[in-house]
Design a binder for this molecule. Structure first.
Ligand code: NAD
Length: 420
C-alpha cells in the first residue's frame, strides 16, 4: 500500500530522495562524484520467479533486490510483497536504508527488495513457494555478510523463516544471520515486532522534551492502524497520552476525550482495519487537520502536502510511515515552527533491532527483552539528539539534517576505500 507509481515528479519518491541527498552532500562539502555514487543503488537485480499455483498452472512473478551501497558493510533492508512494487520504489527505499543505518550508526549499507504480487490473494503454500523462489534466484548475491533481508509491507516472520530455511539449504549450513525478523525460536530477537513503534515512541518523547510537552496527557493522532500504527497507539495510550484519533484506509475515528485503544486493538482485522465497524467516522484528511499536540502519520506516502500543510495544527509531526510528507510540505511545516521528525530517523527502530538480531545470531548468545529495549533507547535518544543538534546548529529542517547525518558515514567510507 506504500508503493509509489505517480508520474508527478513532486511525488516521485526517487527524485525527491535524490534532491535531498544532493543538498546534504553539497552542504557537507563533498564533490559531485559523491552524489553520482549515492544517487542510485550500486546494484539492482531483477529476478523472475516461477511458482506452481494451486490451480496447477505456473505463474511467473517479478522481484527486485537493490543494494545501494556496501562501503560500510553488508547491505540490509526489507522485502515487500505488493502489487504496486516498482524498481524505482525499491531503489529509493534502498537509499533510505543507507540513510537510516547511517543515522543510527549501524555497520550496514542500505538494501531493499520487493516482489510484484498480491499476498492477500495467495494461499499459504503459494506464498511459501514464492518466498523460497526469491531466495533461490538471489542466493549468490545475498547472505549474512553480503546483504541481509528483513520483513516489510505484507511480509512477516513466517516468510522470513521460509527464506532462512531456503538459504540454509542452499548454503548447506544453518544461517540464521541471513535474514532478520525471524520467529524467536529460529533466532529472532525479542522486541523486533514492535521495534519500529518503540523507536517512534522514543522520538516522540525526545521531541516532546524539546517542545516542553508532557507526553502524559498530550493529545496524539495516529494515521494507520497496522503494525506500526497500532503498536504506537498502544504505547502512547499506556504512557498516559490521550489518543484522540486513529485511522485506517477506510476512514478515521475521533474522540476528543481519548479513544479506547485496547478495545480498538481487539476489534481490528489482520490488515489493520477497524473503522468499518463504526458509523460516525471522519475522513483521513479531516483527521490530519484536527487540533492536536502530536501527529503521527503511520500509513502511506504523500499525506501531508502543500495542499494541507498550512492546515496542520500539531506542534510535533513524527513520521512513522515512509514518505508521508512531501518536500514542499516539509518546508511549510518547518516555517510554521512545527517540529517534524523525519521518517529516516523516526522509523529506524526496526533496522536497529534487526541489527541486534543479527549480532545475537552471529555471537550465538541471546538477549533478554529488557536488554534489547535498553540498547534501542540508547541508540534512538543519541540519534535523535544528533539530528536535532545538526538541525539547530545549521538552521536547517530536520529532514535535511537527518540526511546529512545519514549520508555522511557511507560517503566517508567510500572515500577511505578510494571509490571517490
Ligand atoms: P500495515 O500494512 O501493517 O498497516 C497499514 C495501515 O495503514 C493499515 O491500518 C491500513 O488500513 C492503513 N492505510 C492504508 N492505506 C491508507 C490510506 N490511504 N489512508 C489511511 N490509512 C491507510 O503497514 P505498517 O507495517 O504499519 O507500515 C505503515 C508505514 O510504516 C509504511 O509506510 C511502512 O513503510 C512504515 N514502516 C513500517 C515499519 C514496520 O516495522 N512495520 C518499519 C519502517 C517503516
Amino acid at each position: 500500500m506504500v508503493a509509489e507509481n505517480s508520474a508527478d515528479s513532486k511525488n516521485d519518491i526517487l527524485l525527491s530522495t535524490q534532491e535531498v541527498i544532493k543538498e546534504a552532500l553539497d552542504k557537507l562539502g563533498y564533490p559531485n562524484e559523491a552524489f553520482e555514487l549515492m544517487k542510485e543503488p550500486m546494484r539492482m537485480i531483477t529476478v523472475r520467479i516461477p511458482v506452481r499455483m494451486d490451480d496447477g498452472k505456473t505463474k511467473v512473478f517479478t522481484g527486485y533486490r537493490a543494494q545501494h551501497n556496501d562501503a560500510i558493510g553488508p547491505t540490509k533492508g526489507g522485502v515487500r510483497f505488493h502489487p504496486n512494487v516498482t524498481e524505482k520504489e525499491v531503489s529509493a527505499l534502498s537509499i533510505w536504508m543507507t540513510l537510516k543505518s547511517g543515522i543510527v550508526d549501524l555497520p550496514y549499507g542500505g538494501g531493499k527488495g520487493g516482489i510484484i504480487c498480491d499476498p492477500r490473494e495467495m494461499s499459504f503454500r503459494e506464498l511459501e513457494a514464492l518466498s523460497r523462489g526469491y531466495v533461490r534466484a538471489l542466493s549468490q548475491v545475498v547472505g549474512p555478510t553480503k546483504d541481509i533481508p528483513a520483513p516489510d509491507v505484507f511480509t512477516n516472520s513466517q516468510i522470513m523463516a521460509w527464506m532462512m530455511d531456503e538459504y540454509s539449504r542452499i548454503d548447506e549450513f544453518n544461517s540464521p544471520g541471513f535474514i532478520t525478523g525471524k520467529p524467536i525460536v529460529l533466532g529472532g530477537s525479542h522486541g523486533r515486532e514492535s521495534a519500529t513503534a518503540k523507536g517512534v515512541t522514543i522520538c516522540i518523547e525526545e521531541a516532546a522534551k524539546k517542545r516542553g510537552i508532557d507526553v502524559k496527557g498530550a493529545r496524539v493522532i495516529v494515521q494507520g492502524f497496522g503494525n506500526a500504527g497500532s503498536f504506537l497507539a498502544k504505547f502512547m495510550h499506556d504512557m498516559g497520552a490521550k489518543v484522540i484519533a486513529i485511522s485506517d484506509a477506510e476512514g478515521a475515528l475521533h474522540d476528543p476525550d481519548g479513544l479506547d485503544i485496547d478495545y480498538l486493538l481487539d476489534r481490528r482485522d489482520s490488515f489493520g482495519t477497524v473503522t468499518n465497524l463504526f458509523d460516525d467516522t471522519i475522513t483521513n484528511q479531516e483527521m490530519l487537520e484536527l487540533d492536536t499536540d502530536i501527529l503521527v502519520p503511520a500509513a502511506v506516502q504523500n499525506q501531508i502536502t502543500e495542499e494541507n500543510a498550512h492546515k496542520i495544527k500539531a506542534d510535533i509531526v513524527v513520521e512513522a510511515a515512509n514518505g508521508p510528507t512531501t518536500l514542499e510540505a516539509t518546508k511549510i511545516l518547518t516555517e510554521r515552527g512545527i517540529l517534524l521528525v523525519p521518517d529516516v530517523l523516526a522509523s529506524s527502530g526496526g533496522v536497529t533491532v534487526s541489527y541486534f538480531e543479527w549480532v545475537q545470531n552471529n555471537q550465538g548468545y541471546y538477549w533478554k527483552e529488557e536488554e534489547v529495549q535498553e540498547k534501542l533507547r540508547e541508540v534512538l535518544v543519541r540519534s535523535f539528539n544528533n539530528v536535532y543538534t545538526t538541525s539547530q546548529n545549521r538552521q536547517i529542517d530536520m529532514r535535511l539534517a537527518a540526511y546529512m547525518v545519514g549520508v555522511r558515514r557511507a560517503t566517508e567510507a567510500a572515500r577511505y576505500r578510494g571509490w571517490i
